[in-house]
Write a protein that binds this ligand. Structure first.
Ligand SMILES: Nc1ncnc2c1ncn2[C@@H]1O[C@H](COP(=O)(O)OP(=O)(O)OP(=O)(O)O)[C@@H](O)[C@H]1O
Ligand SMILES: [Mg+2]
Length: 340
């Protein structure tokens, strides 16, 4: 007996196929919807990132203005001291010049009389009296000193003013080749009033270090933050009874393809448990009015995000702290003119 032949039913399985089709369609819709959602989310995140960058930029700007404001008081003081002794010295020189010109006035008639062979006795007495009043020996000693001091004072004022001008000059977001020796010296000068009561600052430079492509104002701002932190850390040890001044050393050298800057202090150090938090925005151990915890966050974003550099901190409580910054001497960034 033959098996009844199975005739293929064109409609057989059509229910399954349509379910599959529907499933596929609805899956596509889900994928479409999800893609749209992801796209919207991506856009939202990129806007948030943009806003974050803008806020970060504003924070850096705000901190820069704040520290310039803070420096301004110290700089006014730094300028005031030499300005005061220049004023005193110029007053002295003015008085001395009156005495000397009076003496010349008394000597002139004597000279005239000597020339014409006239009577000189009274004139000699008058000239003698003027000579006595003038205290020539004293003036001979004091005048050059007063002028030297004035020149030195004016030089100091010029140095501070030009350092301040350089420090506050904006880089307008463009990298340029910078001599770190100059930048460090400028920053140490403008910050003098922040460290001079607690420490001495020494610098050390490597002659082999070439100019470093960087945003000069942000690197100067970062150095300032590190120097002020070092001075605060030393200040804390002085408050706790250490009698001698501390020491801050700022150095720069060439290490392979990097410029390495070190800021070392012999201050209080950072407890091991806090070392991982010091770069966090708004982390501070200082009282209100002395710190807001932005300094190191700005140093980090400047060195790591804006310069593709590296930063690390070595600290031993009770001994001191060293911050080590490394800036690349060459980078691939398209917007870096010195490296293109
Ligand atoms: N050289 C240092 N020695 C000891 N502790 C330090 C040193 N540098 C930073 N710190 C610690 O890290 C914390 C964060 O430093 P950061 O510069 O970010 O903020 P701040 O100095 O507290 O405030 P701001 O810099 O905003 O005025 C400091 O409060 C301090 O506890
Ligand atoms: Mg600080």
């Amino acid at each position: 007996m033959n098996d009844p032949q199975r005739i293929p039913d064109p409609h057989a399985g059509s229910g399954e196929a349509s379910t599959e089709l529907e499933l596929q369609l609805s899956l596509e819709q889900v994928v479409d919807r999800k893609t749209q959602e992801l796209e919207a989310e991506r856009e939202r995140l990129s806007k948030a990132l943009e806003a974050l960058h803008a806020t970060q930029g504003q924070l850096v700007q705000a901190q820069k203005l704040e520290s310039i404001g803070q420096l301004a008081a110290g700089i006014a003081h730094e300028i005031n001291t030499p300005a005061q002794y220049v004023t005193d010295n110029v007053g002295f020189v003015r008085h001395a010049s009156t005495l000397l010109l009076t003496l010349v006035d008394r000597l002139m008639p004597l000279l005239e009389a000597a020339r014409s062979g006239g009577r000189q006795t009274e004139l000699v007495a008058a000239a003698d009296a003027a000579l006595k009043r003038t205290k020539l020996d004293y003036l001979r000693e004091q005048l050059p000193e007063a002028l030297d001091q004035s020149l030195e004072g004016l030089g100091r004022i010029a140095k501070i003013v030009s350092a301040m001008k350089e420090f506050s000059h904006p880089s307008l977001g463009e990298k340029e080749p910078v001599e770190l020796r100059e930048l460090i010296n400028t920053t140490v000068t403008v910050a003098r009033n922040e460290w001079k009561y607690v420490a001495t600052v020494d610098t050390a430079f490597d002659d082999a270090l070439p100019p470093v492509p960087c945003l000069r104002d942000l690197i100067a701002q970062s150095l300032l933050n590190l120097i002020v932190n070092a001075a605060h850390a030393i200040g804390e040890t002085l408050e706790k009874g250490r009698r001698e001044q501390g020491r801050i050393v700022v150095s720069a050298k060439l290490v392979g393809d990097w410029a390495e800057i070190r800021v070392r202090d012999d201050g209080c150090g950072i407890p091991a448990g806090l070392q991982s938090r010091i770069f966090d925005p708004f982390f501070t151990t200082k009282p209100v009015g002395k710190g807001t915890g932005q300094g190191l966050a700005i140093v980090y974003s400047t060195v790591v995000d804006k310069h593709q550099g590296e930063i690390r901190c070595e600290s031993e409580p009770g001994k001191g702290t060293t911050f080590v910054l490394r800036l690349p001497l060459h980078c691939d960034a398209e917007d870096c003119k010195p490296c293109r």
